[in-house]
Every structure is written in structure tokens, then in C-alpha cells.
Design a protein around this ligand. Structure first.
Ligand code: FEO
Ligand code: CA
Ligand code: CA
Length: 816
């Protein structure tokens, strides 16, 4: 037993644990240990603390506040780490019999939240733009009330990517970097109410309106308070995931695959397939031990499907184009379909985007064109409403209730006397951005027609600035289509962020404004052209298509873009906005119809990528723009290309223009998202996440997700590439090098789709879409997610699209 005069010197080494920093065995650490030992050998009552930075001892401070004997304390060695990482402070108190209490407090530097844990006091290194010192004081009070303290310091440097790249692979699991854990959260078929039975996954399951849908795509986190259904934007432990269910792996949904006897689909099969589309709103929580799960009976859990009632808002509401036998006034409709990427609003609603809707409709042109006006044929053809059968043949169903038009609606042929006698206009009810209030289960989704109609991939907002009109950036995903932005007519007012009636705030910002389409000029400039009826070629006098009114311009946005001379892009997918700079990124996933004869500066490559034998942009690229004056209201911008997809074995002069290597080569970028500005991954130099939907590089690797820390637009230069037989000048950003790194590789035949994090950045949610999509019940090509735990699963197990959770084992911000 020690007493107050027999002093044992506390001694710790490596006390500041940066858990993931590569500097743990650095010279600094060795110096720390030597000086700590020396302090120990010197003995006495002097408290010890050392500040070591950059290899030099800058300070050795520590005052004994009493000459009397008492507890001896150390606050460990000082250290250095970077933003977003976990720092553990350990202090020790010797001669403990006399010690009443001890604790760390912060003396200086950006304020951090100190958490007392089993191994010490921890905090997340705050976001800094330059090296910044934080000083902490370890204070002990003995039983006589005497206080002793000593200081230690931690130098924080700006955030960097803090993981080792994952290797390309073709395993049937999700692979993440060392130091990270992936777990499966929410799978196709998981029940979302108490009454629905567990999923058998053998093709016999029903009731998909109360189960997770198929093909999870974009997702977004909406925080919930610790209890109840109250919105809490700061929560990182309880929330709602709103996710799209874009499409289906049809064969696996039925016992022996889909059936079609006599050319007629069974009603039960078609209903199941329809209900697997749409969205989920599902509650998820983190336990105190750190494990995530979805809440089967969550009060706000909800499926929105192609059967869910919807209403139309904005300029196209009530237009003749929207009138059908179900909706004779053109103000309402049923459901949403092929929901791909997403967006959000600061008033906490979700924007879901209808992408490849055209193919769901049955309209054989050979018979139907003759029953249409020439204008109608131009419009329907431009949007591809030309399928002879419609995806999955839903319109062939003969329903038990003959008055049920849920199946007949997919038949877009002219069959009745007028447009309100049939579903010739049903395709006009799709192709919109739809706003959903996740906190109100009874709310009716609103289709926001002011944002135009096309193959909406996503709808990502500009940064919000009080008094400025906000914008949403939107890709139209098909070959040679356009990039759009919608600028609200209403300047942003901060109070609207917390209004109770969220969808009425949506009316205020999303029903009035101007839709623009982008032109990318060869000199690195660009411009936005308004889709405003009566302006420029958007009149009844337009030769290709005589525009009737603003509703017609918006509903036929592609024809308006054509007339305005917009730049034909290599399949515009997701947009993402840098939360610091406001720069806008756009994935251009690939374009098999790009040839050397029709490249342009913004879509500059047409090349051969074996084993393909056709010249095209096989691997895609990521373009970015900076609005003039850094305002969402700008009519002009500057652009360059952030990164070109390519295998690292391809020609570095003309194809692998971003110098990708084995740690970061990728193909067909699709999902794109910046870390949230509420944590270090979205500050200073925010992390950009890139997800692939690839079929070009799949001879080498499954689809993947990468993390990057891009520099600004125009950090590179001008370059001329030689395509097959023709040169093309373009603008290439600085080669990303190690600032672009592969973070995840998915399972077999899967695409990596949605991504979001909790506000604290410590939990990442990622959707894994259509594993085993090329198989069927008699030839199952993936068994994921059942393979995730061990790498294998029984050969009879069918694959399921699913959401995974990724956390850093030390609790730090993911990727940093
Ligand atoms: Fe649904 Fe364009 O990806
Ligand atoms: Ca997509
Ligand atoms: Ca896709």
C-alpha cells in the first residue's frame, strides 16, 4: 500500500493513441517514451507532460502545484494526428490512496467533446484547415482537496484518406479495408411491420408492400430523436433510411422463375413484382454496444410502391398530358417506378427520381403510331415509349377484379374513345422528381413537375445560402442526354428548414422556378439555357416539335434540350455538390455510341478497351463544374474532367488520362456523393465517394466504391487525346494519385448504389444492388449476403439486394 510520502511515479508510453495513424512507431513516439522514462527516473512529485511535434520537443511543462507530497500524475505523451481520427488521452495518478478524483479538460484549441471510456478519454480530432494544437489538462484532486494538474497537447493536421486500398477481386462478399467492419442491415424481403412473417427467400414469399423491396438504390439518412417520431437532424444513433428500390431480379422472386402461360402473366406474380419497386422508409438504430439493426415494427416504417397514391404539383399539374382513365383531371396518379438516385431538401424531405420508366409501358409502334398525332409520335419516340410488350408484361394480367386497372395502366396503346377512357397518357405520369416526407407516414408523395420530365437519375441540391435561390442538379441517364439544373424562384429563408409542414415548404421552393440545360464549350466555359416556353426556339414554331405551353416544354424536356443545342453527354448519372466549394460533380458512366467522329471536349474519348471490339467510351468519366460567382443562380460555369475511368493497363496517353493504378482504377462511375458537412469528411477538403455500375471491367473485378479528396476545378490542364483516327482537345484535372483510393469491392454481379452516413460520419450505409443478376433459381450465380460472414453459403441460397453498414473499428470517421 502506498502512502502519501512513498511515491510511485506514474508512467505511460504511447498514451495518445491515434488508432489508425501510421505514426504510432514514429520518432516522436520514441522520443516520448524516452522522456517519460526520464521523468519517471527523476522521481519526485513533479507532474510530467511533454509536447512533441514534428520530431522536436517543443515543450516540457508541468508544474507541481504543491511542494507537499500528494498524488503524482501524468497526462501521457503528446502526439499528432489528423482530422476525423480517434484520439485517446490517458492520464495516470500514482499514490492513489490520496486521490479523490481525476479528469481531463480542454485548455485550448477548437472545442471537442471528451468521452470517458474504459481505456481513457477519447475525442474525434476536429476538422482543421492547417496544423492546429489542442491542449488538455489532466487534473487530480487528493483527499485533502489539493489539486494537481499537468498538460498535454495534440497537434491536428488536415484530414487525409486513412485506409489502405482494397484490392480488385471477384469474391462473393463485400470487401472493405483492414480496420473496418461491414455488416448486413436490411435485405430484400425483410418484413417492416410486426405482422409480416420472416422472409423464406424461396420464391413463395408474398406481401411485399410490407417487406423491403428489391434493388436497393440511393438512400438517405433522416435523424430521429431517441424516442418517438420526432425529427432530430443531429442524431447519429437512431434514424430513418429512405431508399429507392429501382428494379427487380425477377426470376428469384418466384419459385421456378417468372411464368407467362399463354402470354398472360399471373396476377399474383405481377403484383409481387410491382410491389418490389418503389421506396422504403425504415427505422434503423445503433445499440449502445455499437451494433446496427433495422426496427421491424418502426412506427414510421413505410413502403411506397407503384400502387401508392400520388399527386402532381407545379406547371404540369392538370395538363391534358397527365389525364388518364384513372386521373381524368390530371392532378393525381398512382405510385412511382424505377427510382434510381435521389436528393434531399434542408426541410428534411427526400427527393426520389424516376429513371428508366419508359420501358414499363406497352406501346407497339407498328400499330399505335397510326392512332397518334405526329407530335405525339415525336414525343413518345424521343422518350423511348416504344416497347412492344412493356417490361415484365404486366399489362397482360387479367385481374380477378375486372374493374382493377393496376395492370391495364401499363398498356399505353390508344384503345378508348378519348384519353380519359384508356391509359395512352400513363407514361406522362412518370419521369418526374417526387418529394416524400419521411416523418409523416400518411403524407402523399408529390411529383414536382417544375423539375422536368426525363430519365431522372438524381436531384442533388446546391449548398443553401440565405437570400439566394437554391438549385438542384439533375442528370438524364441515357446515351447522349443532358445535364439539367432547376433554380427555385424563391430565395432561401433559414426558418423554412424547421417548418412543421414540410411538403408545403416543398411547394414554396420546388413548384416555381426555372429549369436549365447545360452546354459545355470547348474552351472550358459552359452555360445554362432556360427551358422557358416562348423563349428562343421553345415555341409553336419549332420545326421538330411544336411546343404548346410551359407544361409541354417541361414534360418533353429532352425535345427542349435538343432545340436549345445542349451538349450530348456520355450518360449523365449522379450529381454531387462539394459542401465547401459548391463545385458540382457529375458521373458520365459510359457511352457505347460515342465514336471518334462525334467526341467533344466534355466527352473526349472513343477508344478500344479489350475484350470489347467496338470503339466507344467504355469506362466513363467524372466531369465537374464551378458556377460563375459561386452562386446557384449563375447562368455560366467553368468545367474540367476530374477523373477518367480506365483499367490501369490501358494507354496512359489517350485512355488512362488520370494515371490510375492498381489501387484506384475503376470503370463506369455511377453513384457519387460527398461526405456530410457535419463531420470532418465533409469539411476543408471533403471526401468524394464514387460507386460503379460496370460491365466493362468485370473480367477483372466486381463493382466497387472509391473514396477521393479532389482538388478544385481546373487544377490540371489542357490535353489533346488521339482517338481512333481523330484528335480531341479536352481539359483534364490533376491526376488524383493517392487521393483516390478503392474502399470497397462488392459481391458477384452486384452494382454498388446508394450511400450516406450518419451526421457524425462514423457509420456509412451502402446499398448493394442485384447480386447474382445474371442467374435464376436453377443457376444461382451469387449467394450474397448469406456469404458475408464466412465467404460461402449453401448452393440453394438465393441472392438478395441489401443495405450494409460500414464502421471503422476504432470508432473514427469512415475513410479518414
Ligand atoms: Fe439507375 Fe442510371 O442508374
Ligand atoms: Ca444509378
Ligand atoms: Ca445504374
Amino acid at each position: 500500500m502506498t502512502d502519501s510520502t512513498s511515491i510511485t511515479i506514474g508512467y505511460d508510453d504511447g498514451d495518445i493513441d491515434t488508432n489508425g495513424s501510421t505514426g504510432g512507431n514514429s520518432l516522436n513516439a520514441l522520443i516520448d517514451r524516452r522522456y517519460s522514462r526520464r521523468a519517471a527516473l527523476l522521481g519526485g512529485t513533479k507532474a510530467a507532460a511533454f509536447a512533441v511535434f514534428g520530431g522536436a520537443v517543443l515543450a516540457a511543462c508541468g508544474e507541481d502545484e504543491s511542494k507537499d507530497a500528494g498524488p503524482t500524475i501524468t497526462a501521457g505523451s503528446s502526439g499528432e494526428t489528423s482530422s476525423g481520427r480517434v484520439v485517446t488521452l490517458t492520464g495516470s495518478t500514482s499514490n492513489t490512496a490520496g486521490t479523490a478524483q481525476s479528469a481531463f479538460s480542454q485548455v485550448s484549441g477548437p472545442p471537442v467533446a471528451l468521452t470517458q471510456g474504459a481505456t481513457g478519454t477519447t475525442f474525434i480530432a476536429p476538422s482543421v484547415a492547417a496544423a492546429t494544437m489542442l491542449v488538455f489538462r489532466y487534473t487530480a484532486t487528493d483527499s485533502k482537496g489539493l489539486t494537481f494538474s499537468t498538460d498535454t497537447s495534440v497537434s491536428i493536421t488536415p484530414a487525409t484518406l486513412g485506409f489502405a486500398a482494397v484490392s480488385k477481386n471477384k469474391l462473393d462478399v463485400v470487401t472493405v479495408p483492414a480496420g473496418y467492419t461491414v455488416s448486413v442491415l436490411y435485405r430484400l424481403g425483410d418484413p417492416i411491420d410486426a405482422a409480416t412473417p420472416a422472409y423464406k427467400n424461396d420464391g413463395t414469399d408474398t406481401s411485399y408492400a410490407t417487406r423491403a423491396g428489391d434493388h436497393g438504390d440511393a438512400l438517405h439518412w433522416f435523424g430521429l430523436a431517441a424516442a418517438g417520431s420526432t425529427r432530430d437532424d443531429t442524431s447519429s444513433t437512431r434514424g430513418l433510411l429512405v431508399m429507392n428500390h429501382e428494379n427487380i431480379n425477377q426470376p428469384y422472386l418466384h419459385v421456378g422463375g417468372a411464368t407467362n402461360a399463354g402470354g398472360v402473366r399471373p396476377e399474383a406474380e405481377a403484383l409481387k413484382e410491382m410491389e418490389c419497386h418503389g421506396l422504403s422508409v425504415v427505422e434503423v438504430t445503433r445499440s449502445s454496444a455499437g451494433a446496427w439493426s433495422y426496427v421491424q415494427a418502426g412506427a414510421l416504417n413505410r413502403r411506397i410502391t407503384p400502387l401508392t397514391p400520388t399527386v402532381f404539383n407545379g406547371p404540369v399539374k392538370g395538363s391534358n398530358l397527365l389525364k388518364t382513365a384513372f386521373s381524368p383531371t390530371g392532378v393525381a396518379g398512382r405510385g412511382t417506378i424505377n427510382n434510381c438516385a435521389n436528393g434531399y431538401t434542408p426541410w428534411a424531405t427526400n427527393l426520389t427520381c424516376e429513371e428508366n420508366w419508359a420501358g414499363y409501358f406497352r406501346r407497339p409502334t407498328a400499330t399505335d403510331n397510326a392512332l397518334r398525332t405526329p407530335r405525339e409520335v415525336v414525343a413518345l419516340t424521343r422518350f423511348g415509349v416504344t416497347s412492344a410488350s412493356g417490361n415484365y408484361g404486366w399489362s397482360t394480367v387479367v385481374p380477378a377484379d375486372s374493374t382493377n386497372t393496376l395492370y391495364r395502366r401499363w398498356d399505353a396503346r390508344v384503345s378508348g374513345a378519348t384519353a380519359t377512357d384508356d391509359f395512352r397518357n400513363e407514361s406522362y405520369q412518370f419521369g418526374w422528381v417526387v418529394e416524400i416526407d419521411p416523418y409523416d407516414k400518411a403524407s402523399v408523395p408529390r411529383k414536382r413537375t417544375a423539375l422536368g420530365r426525363f430519365n431522372h437519375e438524381g436531384c442533388w441540391p446546391s449548398n443553401f445560402v440565405v437570400g439566394r435561390k437554391p438549385a438542384w442538379y439533375m442528370g438524364d441517364d441515357a446515351q447522349n442526354e443532358y445535364l439539367y439544373k432547376f433554380v427555385s424562384a424563391t430565395p432561401w429563408a433559414e426558418a423554412d428548414a424547421t417548418a412543421a409542414d414540410r411538403l408545403s415548404i416543398g411547394d414554396k421552393y420546388l413548384d416555381n422556378g426555372t429549369l436549365y440545360v447545360a452546354k459545355f464549350n470547348a474552351d472550358g466555359s459552359g452555360s445554362w439555357s432556360p427551358l422557358t416556353f416562348g423563349s428562343g426556339p421553345l415555341t409553336a414554331g419549332n420545326v421538330t416539335y411544336a411546343f404548346a405551353d410551359q407544361a409541354d416544354v417541361l414534360a418533353n424536356a429532352r425535345l427542349a434540350g435538343d432545340a436549345l443545342g445542349a451538349t450530348k453527354m456520355d450518360r449523365p448519372e449522379w450529381t454531387a455538390v462539394n459542401p465547401v466549394s459548391g463545385e458540382v460533380y457529375l458521373t458520365l458512366t459510359n457511352n457505347s455510341s460515342r465514336t471518334a467522329a462525334n467526341t467533344d471536349a466534355a466527352n473526349p474519348r472513343a477508344y478500344l478497351d479489350p475484350p470489347s471490339t467496338s470503339v466507344s467510351n467504355r469506362n466513363g468519366h467524372i466531369i465537374r463544374l464551378r458556377e460563375t460567382g459561386d452562386t446557384s443562380e449563375a447562368l455560366a460555369f467553368a468545367w474540367d474532367i476530374y477523373a477518367f475511368g480506365a483499367g490501369s493497363d490501358l494507354d496512359p496517353t489517350n485512355i488512362n488520362l488520370s494515371g490510375l493504378d492498381a489501387t484506384n482504377d475503376f470503370s463506369s462511375p455511377d453513384g457519387l456523393w460527398f461526405g456530410r458537412s457535419s463531420n470532418a469528411s465533409g469539411k476543408v477538403t471533403p471526401v468524394l465517394w464514387i460507386q460503379t455500375d460496370d460491365s466493362a471491367y468485370t473480367d477483372v473485378t466486381n463493382c466497387m466504391m472509391l473514396a477521393a479528396m479532389p482538388g478544385p476545378v481546373n487544377d490540371g490542364g489542357v490535353k489533346t487525346v488521339t482517338n481512333a483516327g481523330r484528335t480531341q482537345a479536352t481539359r483534364v484535372g490533376k491526376a488524383p494519385g493517392t487521393t483516390l483510393r478503392r474502399f470497397l469491392v462488392g459481391p458477384i454481379e452486384a452494382e454498388i448504389t446508394g450511400v450516406d452516413s450518419t451526421p457524425d460520419g462514423k457509420t456509412l450505409f451502402v446499398n448493394i444492388q442485384h447480386p447474382g443478376e445474371n442467374g435464376n433459381p436453377s443457376n444461382i450465380t451469387s449467394h450474397w449476403p448469406d456469404t458475408q460472414a464466412t465467404g460461402t453459403a449453401a448452393a440453394t441460397i438465393r441472392p438478395r439486394s441489401a443495405t450494409v453498414v460500414i464502421t471503422k473499428n476504432d470508432g473514427g470517421v469512415v475513410a479518414l
